[in-house]
Design a protein around this ligand. Structure first.
Ligand code: ADP
Length: 340
């Protein structure tokens, strides 16, 4: 693909009919508009669908190509914004054609991207994805500029972060930045949600000040070193993480819902039943929406219930950001599923 072809593909994506139209209308059902800051990653997903994978030294034709905006931080920011929050993104993108396109995508959703800066001489974060006819993915993530998001960048965005009701973090940026931001949040009395994805070893002490630690089953398994294949396993794993000093653990369990664990006990909150076609990005939908529901003042169990539905609905469409519901559609679904 030539650069000009790539640009027109990016423009086409930005001009697609999008799912954020209802967003700009004030939502009458919301008590307060939460302010959510995401300190995290932005990637471009480069997905190639192919019948076979090339052998070393071989060049072959693929079937189809799709370019999409991704990265766990960006996805969670978009979910929070679609749920109606004011969202502020702190991120780094590369000095390449994906950098400005990523910033434009944030702006298209109405996300404040003043602290999304381009880094000279580094690529944007990219995820080349190869999908075979069986639907099996092979994914290579190149962190690129995401690896350049440093504690100094958090300080540079301090004014914006201090005005937030909640700071949301993931593990696609340097761990020193994650730890630094958790402490920043604590010092300033700001709620902090950490999504430890992708799963990797943690310094539990450096995370003891966070409010919610939200892994999925495989991340919980990687971090705790314990198998997490069912609710019973998840309960034991959550107990271990609490014992390690993490204040509150919220393990997402796919179609089995979520497990909320803290000093006051454990609660399994079941999932909503949906016709699921693609669960990619369900965790991001869950976290972005959970931050918003908490910010609106719902109790944590009520916020988890609602996030369960928001995430479940995201699995009824293909893709990540493209499959997220806006607040109007979510509220209609919520009302129809919870009316007595
Ligand atoms: P991840 O996308 O990080 O792997 P999960 O698969 O645990 O995360 O999904 C996050 C949340 O999305 C779950 O806690 C659940 O509420 C919802 N969810 C995921 N898959 C389904 C499904 N098939 N049916 C209903 N809800 C689902």
């Amino acid at each position: 693909m030539t650069p000009s072809e790539a640009f027109s593909k990016l423009d086409a994506i930005q001009d697609e009919p999008d799912n954020c139209t209802a967003l700009y209308e004030p939502n009458k059902t919301m008590a307060k508009t939460p302010r959510i800051a995401v300190v995290g990653s932005a990637n471009i997903d480069l997905t190639t669908f192919t019948d076979v994978l090339p052998k070393p030294g071989e060049t072959i034709f693929g079937q189809r190509f799709d370019l999409g905006f991704g990265g766990k931080g960006a996805n969670q920011a978009v979910a929070a914004r679609l749920c109606g929050a004011d969202v502020f993104m702190v991120a780094r993108v590369g000095n390449d054609l994906f950098g400005p396109a990523t910033i434009k995508n944030f702006e298209k959703f109405g996300i404040d991207a003043h602290h999304v800066c381009q880094v000279e001489g580094v690529s944007s974060g990219v995820a080349p994805i190869f999908v075979d006819p069986a639907g099996q993915n092979r994914i290579l993530v190149v962190k690129g500029a995401n690896d350049e998001l440093k504690p100094a960048d958090v300080d540079a965005a301090a004014d914006v972060l201090k005005g937030a009701d909640c700071i949301v973090l993931q593990f696609e940026i340097p761990m020193e930045t994650v730890y630094y931001t958790v402490q920043f949040a604590r010092r300033n009395g700001i709620r902090c949600i950490v999504n430890p994805a992708p799963g990797q070893p943690i310094d539990a002490k450096a995370l003891s000040d966070l409010d919610y630690f939200v892994p999925n089953e495989s991340e919980a398994e990687t971090i705790s070193g314990m198998p997490v294949r069912n609710l019973d396993d998840a309960t034991k794993c959550a107990q271990k993480l609490l014992g390690d000093g993490i204040r509150r653990v919220l393990i997402t369990l796919g179609k089995n819902g979520s497990l909320l664990a803290g000093g006051e006990g454990m609660h399994h909150i079941p999932a909503f039943s949906v016709e699921s076609v693609d669960s990619t990005g369900a965790g991001d939908a869950f976290i972005g929406s959970f931050a918003v529901f908490l910010g609106e003042g719902f109790s944590e169990r009520e916020a988890v219930r609602r996030a369960n539905l928001y995430a479940a609905l995201s699995t009824t469409g293909v893709g990540t950001q493209k499959s997220f519901y806006d607040r109007k559609r979510f509220d209609l679904e919520w009302a129809s599923r919870t009316k007595s």
